[in-house]
Design a protein around this ligand. Structure first.
Ligand SMILES: [Zn+2]
Length: 221
């Protein structure tokens, strides 16, 4: 009799455990019904993301200061942008405002060191770029040969507002200052064969990408 009671208790315990286990499984399943599985948590989800650093330049005071992409710049200040500058999605009719701010900040810093920097060609209309390209084709004999120096309007970054020629054609010495210090402002010399051509190829303060040989490598027929 004693054995029978023990057996019954054992069966009850086992059954209870099984039911508990079953209920446990059910409760997990129920809570998941109709919900999208949670993504695997990553450390960055709980950490507060650091906003991108942003430089702001005030042309009235020549003051360059650090801010961030969340706080932005103050009224009267020009933002240098927090990233490399990218091709605009719609046609533009002026220099990219970030590129202009980058140049103004660099020009101001260079002036304090006695170095003169001037934009001798910035934004170009498609008509102007077409004229320049045709003239280059005439000079160099073919479109391919011309593209080492002047790109057609659809490929050139000047009509996109993303390129500036500095101190062209006379003062390559002063422009060396920009080649050396331009990265601080996000200005990079783009081509080995054009000491005067600069673009916003990096975020301000980040190293510039290596120069490419000449413009022909981005020329698409
Ligand atoms: Zn250029």
């Amino acid at each position: 009799m004693k054995i029978k009671i023990v057996s019954l208790v054992l069966v009850a315990i086992l059954a209870g455990g099984a039911i508990g286990f079953y209920v446990g499984r059910e409760s997990i399943t129920d809570s998941s019904i109709g919900q999208t599985p949670s993504p695997t948590p990553t450390p960055s989800v709980s950490a507060t993301p650091t906003p991108l650093q942003l430089l702001c330049f005030d042309p009235a005071t020549d003051l360059l200061r650090s801010s961030d992409a969340v706080s932005g710049c103050l009224n009267g200040e020009k933002s240098l942008g927090a990233t490399a500058l990218s091709v605009p999605l719609v046609p533009v009719n002026q220099l990219d405002p970030f590129l202009e701010a980058r140049f103004l900040a660099a020009q101001s810093a260079a002036k304090k060191e006695g170095v003169r920097l001037e934009i001798t060609s910035g934004f170009r209309s498609l008509a102007r770029q077409t004229y320049l390209f045709k003239a280059a084709v005439k000079k160099y004999g073919s479109e391919e040969a011309a593209s080492h120096w002047v790109l057609p309007p659809t490929a050139s970054h000047h009509p996109m507002g993303l390129a500036i020629d500095v101190n062209y054609p006379n003062d390559s010495t002063s422009t060396l200052w920009l080649q050396k210090n331009g990265f601080t402002y996000g200005l990079c010399r783009a081509y080995v064969n054009e000491w005067w051509h600069f673009e916003g190829l990096s975020a301000p303060g980040q190293p510039c990408p290596p120069m490419i040989l000449d413009a022909s490598s981005i020329y698409v027929e």
